[in-house]
Design a protein around this ligand. Structure first.
Ligand SMILES: *Cc1c(COP(=O)(O)O)cnc(C)c1O
Length: 429
């Protein structure tokens, strides 16, 4: 075996190895359907006896190139692309849970995922208990029930940029016979690979750094192949007992380590149809090819901006895992030695009006419901993304009502700092 290539090389090349005369860049298979020669050939696909493409609602070759690349980057065995990060987290849950089941999740997660787990899944009969990820193992253990099917957390929480103690979470999940699902959107596999620390399933909003330019909404689901479903047959009947919609096929028996992703593709994608368009998969692939270079710059610039802000008299506090003294600093040194992401949070001293005046005075930094792309942008969750949550719910989700989320882009850090400085001055007028 040759030495495993570096993450940068794999960002550029993994998943696609064209032959003689083939396109250097991945082709976009802009086709809903695929041709076969005999009725039997087509029939075997529908029985999952042969693998192959038949309809882009389930699978498309462009998507599979990029899903294979992401699985490679994360150190997993297989992946799939979804239409959004929301769909990726939904699929991770529905691939393991049915009505009557239960999920334990960190409480400090992205607002959209908080709503999915806290509001929509309960309507489908799946209950969720939110826990404080910093609680000790005994306290977190107490949230588990016999019908718990997974433990969920974000490797770097959005927007609070808190680092998940993945080893602790993996230990807890495995002691209850369930997989750990980690949303790795913010660090990306360049800065952190949760599977190396014991996570079983990794999800992504590829809309963020993986795309990196703010052009394509998308998501991804990656399986480590490490979780032994058959050791817990009673918990995961969907994977270990016959699927009558495929003539009684058993995913773990037929597909081994590929069982989880095969079930998500052939059952959930078939029935729920949340696939990423091949065009968006192409944009995503373009983004991934420079991911390693961009992440380094995002992290370095965010470090400079965080150091500027923490010393500014109008700034009450800054949260950035790379600042010595930050509550996340020690965990970041362990899990994110090359940097966390370009996202930081801050609170100002002047109150709500000052906050608004500051945001309205920014010129280069724009107000956007986005994060983690090449443009520097700012968002005030209490007024924008999380406005449906009360102050108490915000605090429960680890969000200070005065918190502003700043996502440092790829502009020159000096220009970003100049803009923040002038807007802080202008807010006084
Ligand atoms: C944005 C985001 C999501 C949701 O992804 P979409 O692509 O917007 O559906 C999920 N998790 C995290 C951590 C996110 O930042």
């Amino acid at each position: 075996m040759s030495k495993k290539q570096g993450i940068g090389t794999r960002c550029v090349q993994a998943g696609y190895n064209p032959g003689k005369g083939e396109p250097r860049h991945i082709p976009i298979y802009q086709s809903t359907t695929f041709k076969y020669e005999t009725s039997d050939q087509m029939g075997r696909l529908f029985d999952l006896e042969d693998s192959g493409y038949f309809y882009t609602r389930l699978q498309n070759p462009t998507n599979d190139i990029v899903a294979t690349q992401l699985a490679n980057l994360e150190g997993g065995v297989a992946g799939m692309l979804t239409s959004s990060g929301q769909a990726a987290n939904l699929f991770a849950c529905l691939n393991l849970c049915s009505a009557g089941d239960h999920i334990v999740s960190a409480g400090n997660i992205y607002g959209g995922t908080f709503n999915l787990l806290g509001t929509t899944l309960p309507k489908m009969g799946i209950e969720v208990t939110f826990i404080n990820p910093d609680d000790d193992e005994q306290t977190i253990n107490a949230a588990f029930r016999p019908n718990t099917k997974l433990l969920f957390g974000e490797s770097l929480s959005n927007p609070g940029v808190e680092v998940l103690d993945i080893e602790k979470f993996a230990r807890i999940a495995h002691s209850h016979g369930v997989p750990l699902v980690v949303d790795n959107t913010f660090p990306t596999p360049v800065n952190l690979r949760p599977i190396e620390w014991g996570a079983d399933i990794v999800t992504h909003s590829t809309t963020k750094y993986l795309d990196g330019h703010g052009v394509a909404v998308g998501g991804a689901l990656i399986d480590s192949g490490n979780f032994d479903w058959e050791a817990h047959t009673d918990k995961f009947p969907g994977l270990t007992t016959p699927d009558e919609s495929y003539h009684g096929l058993i995913y773990t028996k037929a597909f081994g380590k590929l069982a989880f992703i095969t079930k998500a593709t052939s059952q959930l994608m078939r029935d729920l149809g949340s696939i990423q368009s091949p065009q968006n998969a192409f944009y995503l692939h373009l983004g991934i090819q420079s991911l390693h270079v961009r992440m380094q710059r995002h992290c370095q610039s965010a470090q400079q901006v965080a150091e500027f802000l923490v010393n500014h008299p109008d700034v009450a506090w800054v949260k950035f895992p790379g600042l010595p003294g930050d509550s996340q600093y020690d965990k970041a040194k362990k899990y994110l030695p090359n940097g966390s992401s370009g996202v930081l949070c801050l609170g100002l001293k002047g109150g709500r009006d000052f906050d608004n005046h500051f945001m309205d005075s920014l010129r280069l930094v724009t107000i956007e419901t986005h994060v983690a792309d090449c443009h520097t942008c700012i968002l005030h969750p209490a007024s924008h993304t999380h406005r449906q949550l009360s102050d108490a719910q915000l605090r429960a989700a680890g969000i200070d009502p005065g918190l502003m989320r700043l996502s440092i882009g790829l502009e020159d850090p000096e220009d970003i700092i100049d803009d923040l400085r002038q807007a802080l001055e202008a807010a006084h007028v």
